[in-house]
Design a protein around this ligand. Sequence first.
Ligand SMILES: Cc1ncc(COP(=O)(O)O)c(C=O)c1O
Length: 356
Amino acid sequence: MTVTISHNKPSIDENEEKAVAEVLKSKWIATGEKVKEFEKLISNYIGNHDSNAVAVSNGTTAIYLSLVALGVKPSDEVIMPTYVCSALLNAVNMLGAKPVITDVDYEDFNVSYNSLIEKINENTKAIIVPHLFGVPAEIHNLKELGIPIIEDCAQAIGSKIDSKSVGVFGKIAVFSFYATKMITTGQGGMVYSNDRSIIDNIRDYINFDCRTDYYPRFNFQMTDIQGALGIAQFGKLKDFLDKRKKIAETYQKICFQKGWDYQKPKSDIYLQNWYRFIIKGDTIFIQKLKTFLNDNEIKSIVPIERYELLHNYLKQSADDFENAELISQSTLSLPIYPDLVVDNLFEGILETLRRF
Ligand SMILES: Cc1ncc(COP(=O)(O)O)c(C=O)c1O
């Protein structure tokens, strides 16, 4: 029987099963001590603080809450790149603010500085900067613009700039723990800030219960079931990073032998977590490679399709987004996740790629 190799898969074993079962047995299954412990772990890992992170229901709510914390109002503009998932657009639209879309750079797929500076005006209230597919964005230039930055680290836990974790450079950072992210809580998210008052405000906003004052608050909390899962996953983060790096280094060797290009950071100071390994090539090459892998029971995906580009959702002219248009039609994401090494599936992928 042939085994189909999936494009992505979470790594979950008896550690996670035990951690979740303990919470269920304790009967304290809503937000509690496990969430607190998970928040502390992430806060320390990102910024060496004990209590500068708050766990939330997912990465999209984390973005929405960051915008609220920055005081973004309906007439305000929020800048974001077109080559990213629509969660960013949705969060801005949920507030009734105006999304302003920029192009990205062809090399690292991250927000293009030149495209961005043209879009700044007196209404610009925030910039959302994703570290796309775990490749850190050039944040220092953007910081100099003096506009609050929300670092979108949904895919980037474990990535570093100048040996510091992504997430400490902007005003606020958001994380996602969706099933196929670097570490998972099924669904889930986190907001981190060096400014503790931002975290306190968000913590206040995500729990409506037993309040003496009133303003609209929402229930955007994480449960202890998720918290326990997160703690178990966080304990494996270093191992996950090592395994991903090992896979990526082998892919890099094949790319070198074959003369294939792939997504790269702009310089050595940007250390990526290898959330994805993305091959670049012309559209015909990409289609052929995808079909060949598929015929050999290996799933690969176009990471962001052309129709998903935010400017296309908003029906804006493609002329202003040349790089994103090109990237969406000339990239393929190969399987990269820790269980490929554990289950000995990686050899099969390598052998197939060598035959192509
Ligand atoms: C870059 C980026 N930002 C934000 C999100 C939203 O996270 P979530 O799926 O947890 O809402 C995602 C998730 O898919 C993402 O990839």
